[in-house]
Design a protein around this ligand. Sequence first.
Ligand SMILES: [Zn+2]
Length: 425
Amino acid sequence: MNIKIKILILVLVSISLTACPLSKGKNNQQTIAQEIVKPKYELHEIYIPKGGSLFSEMTSVGLTPQQIIEITLVFGDNVDFRMVQPNDHFQVLIDPVTNEVMEFNYIQDIVTTHKLVRDIEAQTYNYILDEKEFDKKMLIVEGVLYTTLEQALNDHNVEPVVKYAVMNALSSKVNFSAYARIGDTFKIMYEERYFQGIRVPGSRLYYISYNGKSTGFHEGYRYDEGDDKSAYNGMYTPLGHAMLVAPYRLPLDRIHVTSPYGNRFHPITRKWRMHSGVDYRGATGTPVYAVSSGRVILARKNGGFGNTVEVLHENGYVTQYAHLHRIRVKHGQRVSMGSVVGTVGSTGASTGPHLHFGLRINGRYVNPGNLKMASATKLKGNRLEKYKKQISEIKTLIINTENEPDSPYDMTLFEKYRRANAKIS
Ligand SMILES: [Zn+2]
């Protein structure tokens, strides 16, 4: 036995001794060969056809499923796939000897190319954002509402991307359908990008304000994390609250639906009955949170709903929290997203502890699943400090843009409209 083991060890040692220098020599030869003979790569141009997909186009140029998966994973880490649309332009550079994809390029527009470049040694792709120099132009648009804000922005030839950013940010503060009035005023500042005189995508909204008879004054500034992919980039109120449409959280920390919204068969009455909300399982005493900020409009026993809290949110939606064990808020109180409004219980017509969560829009119960739940976004700490600095920079930028002497200027009885050029240093 001992002898056998010794022999085995000897054999292993001799293998490793011979293997090491051999493999090293082989590697050296490879790197030298690569340096001397520069391989010529095959270039494949891909334009995504209507109804086609990037996946099928990659297959058609001969990529293996493994290559496609590897590329799409790295690509997806760096580029939002939802941006890819029919007619979009891709380039694939393949080494004809090894069949390796050496470069994968997404030419997003005339100034922006996303490149995945093969790192042969690391067997991975490195992402490079290749952006050409472009001109920036700051624009200020001020106006008065004749019909709708959207129409007013259209009249000013505001690019759709900016238009929707404005509408989205303001919708988080203003219920346009209910409260916008003719004569309300707005002001926005945004940056357009030009390459060789042509407007290219990438416009950015920097400032927004709305002053309405019924809505009051609302304004927001752009916050930039310094990283294009950061989820924190966007419009915020001067206090640092994200101006997002429907910034909702869930009413419980853990969600388990025991009864969904809609018609259900009642086990006792044996009749179909409309269930006007969603039931979530929860132990008695579990905290129940306001899903968004608003004002408490009901906090009392309410018939079959038992102890109930209702919150009216800024956008006019009402959320309802029923069968509560304890109510923790008072009528008229302001709550923010995540405030505890009560605890899970089984008061009213209830067969066991659970939260009945309802949503009313324009006085009618709708499926609370329609609420887009998002995590709370408020800038805090260093981010808030950074944001405050950016606010003052944007304020300076507004003044500079307005005072630009050669700005096209147009004024009518009801409408001011200013456009000015300025470059951000
Ligand atoms: Zn229920």
